[in-house]
Design a protein. Structure first.
Length: 141
């Protein structure tokens, strides 16, 4: 049984590593999204300040095009965050299931060992009883 437990533990460790990597990708995607949103907000503020000071039509069009591209990048990054989140959840479920299998196997092994120990103790007791009984019979003769 122990080799089976070791294989299950190895799979659990692999699942834990995969979960950690997925969580790291999610965190990175969230950081990139936050950076893009912050950059968009800063750029929008500069755009408003420049507009208040007066700007030409070409410069206004450039600002608007760039803000539009930032909006598209934010949408794309939002989708990447959602995908990374789904992946992390799937990896968490796989890890949780593998952890459950290891715990179940540990329980089965512990029960099996307890049964073996009880059987060995009974056998030892029988042997001692037989030796005592033979010793008592030999002394009676």
């Amino acid at each position: 049984m122990k080799p089976v437990v070791r294989v299950a533990e190895s799979r659990e460790q692999q699942a834990a590593r995969a979960l950690g990597a997925a969580q790291a990708r999610l965190a990175q995607a969230q950081r990139q999204l936050a950076e893009l949103q912050h950059y968009r907000d800063d750029y929008r503020q500069r755009f408003q300040q420049a507009g208040a000071a007066g700007m030409g039509a070409a410069q206004l069009a450039d600002y608007q095009r760039f803000l539009h591209r930032l909006g598209l990048a934010i949408e794309q990054q939002t989708q990447q965050v959602a995908q990374a989140s789904r992946e992390a959840e799937a990896r968490r479920a796989l890890w949780f299931a593998s952890r459950g299998r290891v715990r179940l196997l540990d329980t089965v092994v512990a029960r099996y060992q307890a049964v073996e120990e009880r059987q060995a103790a009974r056998q030892e007791q029988r042997e001692q009883d037989e030796r005592a009984q033979r010793g008592g019979q030999a002394g009676a003769l």
